[in-house]
Design a protein. Structure first.
Length: 74
């Protein structure tokens, strides 16, 4: 019985999860193109890993580090 409950829980969590999709609005908010943080989504570049580790904040980034351009997203 315990094994059946465990199997049911695994199936519920495995089949009940929907995939996550990135949205261009996040890139527009940061002013960066997607390929600045992503090499082959969801794989991150070094900049993307640092961005994630810093809580998705660009406060410490200088303007020269912001290599993307939001105009490309229009």
């Amino acid at each position: 019985m315990k094994m059946m409950l465990q199997l049911a829980a695994v199936l519920f969590f495995t089949l009940g999860l929907a995939p996550a999709y990135g949205v261009p609005s996040f890139a527009r908010q940061t002013g960066l193109t997607c390929n600045v943080c992503h090499r082959n989504p969801p794989e991150l570049t070094a900049f993307g890993r640092n961005f994630k580790l810093n809580g998705y904040v660009l406060a410490s980034a200088s303007s020269s580090e912001k290599v993307g351009n939001a105009k490309d997203l229009n």
